[in-house]
Ligand binder design. Structure first.
Ligand SMILES: C[S@@+](CC[C@H](N)C(=O)[O-])C[C@H]1O[C@@H](n2cnc3c(N)ncnc32)[C@H](O)[C@@H]1O
Length: 197
């Protein structure tokens, strides 16, 4: 089976983003704006953003044919990076896209953003983001871990610095380990709590 560590990954775009990847940049996303999660896959990414308190549009529409929301936030298909950057610049709205770190050195990245008056800014995750592969509409935990790093490529997000290194996962920092179902929840074991923390 093809995994992240093979070249076939580059031809296969159906990977979903873990909730932690959005949770870790939540402080940089305005809560009063409508987010367009513009690449659908199985819809879980939009659900995660909603669960984090954001207003989200997440539906199966063609990215290149639509212009929705106030801010575009997504993990796009890596095979279409250049045309996605072009369309994002054409739309002109703020965006955050998760893309391989190597994208920063692509000639088209340099060319496209050099022409803009606003700068491309970058958030660097503390740890490598591990995506989940989707096969036949069902999720498959990829046995081979992702073997490359991604950045959050941000544009017109007014970040305080052009490069931001994230600290440790917020999940890990949390002291709160209560089950959100409350004290009456009958599943008081650690496995159940892991669903939330
Ligand atoms: C890497 S996945 C990420 C999905 C989701 N944004 C997430 O973070 O979990 C990218 C998805 O974009 C979809 N896609 C490819 N071309 C597209 C297009 N032109 N418009 C909308 N979605 C597209 C692919 O089918 C794939 O499911």
């Amino acid at each position: 089976m093809a995994g992240f560590s093979t070249k076939t990954f580059m031809k296969f775009d159906d990977y979903t983003t873990p909730k932690s990847a959005w949770e870790n940049i939540l402080d940089f996303i305005p809560k009063d704006k409508v987010i367009w999660e513009c690449f659908y896959a199985d819809g879980t990414s939009g659900t995660y953003l909603e669960e984090l308190g954001l207003k989200v549009i997440h539906k199966q529409v063609d990215f290149f044919e639509n212009d929705l929301g106030d801010i575009l936030i997504s993990n796009p298909p890596f095979t279409k990076k250049e045309s996605i950057f072009k369309r994002l610049i054409e739309i002109g709205k703020p965006f955050i896209m998760i893309l391989p770190c190597s994208t920063i050195t692509c000639q088209y990245t340099r060319r496209l953003f050099a022409e803009q008056k606003d700068r491309l800014q970058i958030i660097i995750p503390r740890k490598r983001i591990q995506f989940t592969k989707i096969v036949d509409k069902g999720k498959v935990e990829t046995p081979n871990k992702c073997n490359f790093d991604c950045f959050y490529y941000c544009f017109r997000m007014n970040l305080p610095h052009d490069i931001i290194w994230l600290g440790d996962d917020k999940k890990k920092d949390k002291k709160e380990t209560k089950c959100p179902h409350g004290d009456k929840c009958y599943r008081k074991n650690k496995e159940h709590l892991k669903e939330f923390y």
